[in-house]
Design a protein. Structure first.
Length: 208
């Protein structure tokens, strides 16, 4: 009998000034297991959204649509400085986080979750260069200065940019098993940092 696989939906929120690798690093990992995941790009309005680096990505879904996602992925980037004042964004994040099986962020994406109140009382981390600004968005969050990523219940938050790839592989390992995660890392020729506490950048940025 053929196994029937129910795909998990991944809602990736885009906004002007998002960081490219924050989005497409994790999506390369999840997308390699496309039989298990359905990736959906979402923005306040369904349209092309310009990244910090310039290239635009198409958000096929908007905040107005009555859809909730199994996995929420929130990238960082310079645009987060504006989005922490965007109540439409914050309200959408609160709604999605309440329903999601996993809530994840890369870089200063955790600042958006923190500003929305989603991370209150939760252990989390963020970009080390922008640590002071990001952590100021959520005084009730238990911020970890030294961590590649932090897992606290259904919440996975990662450090700067490339750390999102390691976090995503950790989530895949949790959901699909170690062998699948290892096969994806090998296929991508990626040197997977499996230790969540590996974080030389905290010291480089004077946090420890």
């Amino acid at each position: 009998m053929t196994e029937i696989i129910t795909k998990k939906s991944i809602g990736v929120v885009l906004f002007p000034g998002f960081e490219l690798l924050d989005v497409f690093g994790p999506l390369e990992m999840f997308g390699t297991a496309s039989e298990y995941f359905n990736i959906c790009m979402v923005a306040e309005n369904s349209s092309l959204v310009e990244s910090k680096q310039g290239p635009k990505s198409l958000a096929e879904y908007s905040f107005e649509e009555p859809i909730t996602y199994d996995i929420l992925l929130v990238p960082g980037g310079e645009g987060t400085r504006r989005e922490v004042r965007n109540e439409s964004m914050l309200a959408w994040l609160r709604k999605q986080a309440a329903h999601a099986e996993y809530v994840t962020s890369v870089c200063t994406g955790s600042a958006l979750l923190a500003k929305a109140g989603v991370l209150d009382g939760i252990c989390a981390t963020t970009n080390k260069i922008a640590f002071d600004w990001a952590t100021s968005q959520g005084p009730e969050v238990i911020w970890k200065k030294q961590a590649r990523w932090v897992e606290d219940g259904k919440f996975f938050t990662s450090s700067g940019v490339s750390a999102g790839i390691d976090m995503s592989l950790a989530i895949i390992q949790k959901m699909l098993g170690q062998e699948t995660a290892e096969q994806i890392a090998i296929w991508a020729e990626y040197d997977w940092h499996r230790n969540a506490s590996w974080d030389p950048f905290a010291k480089l940025c004077g946090l420890v």
